[in-house]
Design a protein around this ligand. Structure first.
Ligand SMILES: C[S@@+](CC[C@H](N)C(=O)[O-])C[C@H]1O[C@@H](n2cnc3c(N)ncnc32)[C@H](O)[C@@H]1O
Length: 202
């Protein structure tokens, strides 16, 4: 088993190599991010974290959802992704944090929601790491695990075969979330989007 710091080095190398081209590779995803953010049901003045924000593609719709009085944080482990976010002006919509979402520098129950796009496959200890996301969200707050393509389409793109053990298969993810302080409330896996929503258990 690799240590946590080896996992982080691997993630940073992988995404540093892709940071400059990230937004150009996926130019048409904006509406899908906006729709996924809408599913969080955020209110004006709300407080939300984009965990593994990358180049910050979700930050504009998150800011629109919580308005100028809200709090939008974007946390990522890879400096090159955050630099690309700043170059794209996404730091106008949220505060960019160079931070590890498996050990967040945030107070317990301080947020209304966490949005995480393309993150879960990169987590070294999914149950423990989802528990850390639960820690920073208030009871009744919401988690969205999103990807702009579904599991089958993503596996095909990556040259993988989907197996029954896939982390994001519905029964696996439901159990994982339950063990991590969340209750899954909806699950969508279509060609054009993956979206699982969960509520922070009391
Ligand atoms: C597939 S990219 C998705 C980026 C962005 N959410 C998007 O949808 O365009 C995954 C991102 O998660 C970040 N990441 C992976 N593990 C992380 C961790 N433990 N803490 C913070 N960020 C992490 C990577 O650096 C990368 O930017």
């Amino acid at each position: 088993m690799r240590s946590m710091s080896e996992d982080h080095t691997h993630v940073q190398e992988f995404f540093t190599a892709r940071a400059a081209d990230w937004d150009r590779r996926f130019p048409d995803d904006g509406p899908a991010y906006a729709a996924a953010v809408a599913a969080l049901g955020l209110r004006q003045g709300g407080r939300v974290l984009d965990a593994g924000c990358g180049t910050g593609r979700a930050l504009p719709p998150l800011r629109a959802a919580v308005g100028p009085s809200g709090v939008v944080l974007g946390a990522d482990l890879t400096p090159a992704m955050l630099r690309a976010a700043a170059r794209a002006g996404r730091d106008r919509d949220g505060v960019l944090l160079l931070a590890d979402v498996t050990a967040l520098p945030l107070r317990s129950s301080s947020l209304d929601a966490v949005f995480a796009a393309g993150l879960i496959a990169h987590l070294p200890d999914p149950a423990g790491n989802l528990r850390e996301l639960a820690r920073v969200v208030r009871p009744g707050g919401v988690l969205a695990l999103f990807h702009p393509v579904g599991r089958a389409a993503l596996a095909a793109r990556q040259g993988r075969t989907l197996t029954a053990g896939d982390l994001r298969a519905e029964p696996n993810l439901r159990g994982l979330l339950t063990r991590s302080g969340w209750r899954m409330t909806s699950y969508t896996d279509e060609d054009t989007r993956f979206l699982a929503l969960a509520v922070r258990a009391d």
